[in-house]
Design a protein around this ligand. Structure first.
Ligand code: DGL
Length: 268
């Protein structure tokens, strides 16, 4: 038993999609969330910058006396997971392994589309993991840099989003994928749109649920589950008010602005 919280971080708000599933899978676990709202987006940045930011984000969470870290961000999980695991002793998990495993388990025709930020797709992270699980799987990766700004600006259901998604999904359609990995925190909010374009038969696998299941298993295995009621604390590096205002979009429930604190991430 270990009643310390789980730390979760992301480049901004998007990681709240993972918090939502963590809360469902692990109702007794407290969570300290950090969203790096001063430096978002990560998806278009260099590898060196992403690693530097990720190490600072984790250092801040560790200062909050957490027992494990969930890297909710697809980009950080793809690029900086090993540097993080090398730097810190506590268990640190990303979203790639659990999500790729879930996708490999449901594909029937072994053609799996992968959607992510430019950084995630460039890293080949999901592709490599799928290949490791089953080398007969053909991965069809596609970077979708416009998806994050569309979601963040409330255009997820718009004609503009439909037009752009049609472009991004054309190759996946052409290849006949039967499963798509939504390899970015924001893409669960585009599920309806992606399903409309790809058709109901194509399975969409997002990172949140498989990752929550994976950390639940890991905590149980190591005997470090909590037996106390859950408490949630939110920290950001800028604009706490905006974070509280838009959190509902990703989390499904409101976060009172008093529960969100601003920190200077450059101090870590
Ligand atoms: N959180 C990022 C991810 O899941 C998306 C937003 C960003 O580019 O920072 O890859």
């Amino acid at each position: 038993m270990d009643n310390r919280p789980i730390g979760v971080f992301d480049s901004g708000l998007g990681g709240l999609t993972v918090v939502k599933e963590l809360a469902a899978a692990l109702p007794n676990e407290s969570i300290v969330y950090f969203g790096d709202t001063a430096r978002v987006p990560y998806g278009t940045r260099s590898r060196e910058t992403i690693i530097k930011y990720a190490l600072q984000d984790a250092r801040f969470l560790i200062s909050q006396n957490i027992k494990a870290i969930v890297v909710a961000c697809g980009t950080v999980s793809s690029i900086a997971l090993f540097p993080l695991q090398n730097a810190y002793k506590i268990p640190i998990i990303g979203v790639v392994d659990a999500t790729a495993t879930a996708a490999a388990a449901v594909t029937v025709n072994k053609k799996v589309g992968i959607l992510g930020t430019t950084g995630t797709i460039k890293s080949g992270s999901f592709e490599k993991m799928l290949y490791r699980i089953d080398n007969k799987i053909k991965a069809v990766p596609k970077a979708c840099p416009m998806f994050v700004p569309l979601v963040e600006n409330g255009f997820a259901q718009s004609d503009a989003a439909h037009f752009i998604a049609n472009e991004y999904l054309a190759d996946l359609k052409q290849e006949g994928v039967d499963t798509i990995i939504l390899g970015c925190t924001h893409y669960p909010l585009l599920k309806g749109l992606i399903s409309d374009i790809m058709g109901e038969g194509v399975r969409l696998v997002d990172s949140a649920e498989p990752t929550a299941k994976y950390i639940a298993e890991l905590l149980a295995e190591r005997d470090i589950l909590s037996n106390q009621g859950a408490k949630y604390s939110y920290y950001v590096s800028d604009a706490a008010g905006d974070f509280a205002k838009f959190a509902r979009l990703f989390l499904g429930v409101k976060i009172p602005v008093d529960n969100v604190s601003e920190i200077d991430i450059e101090m870590y």
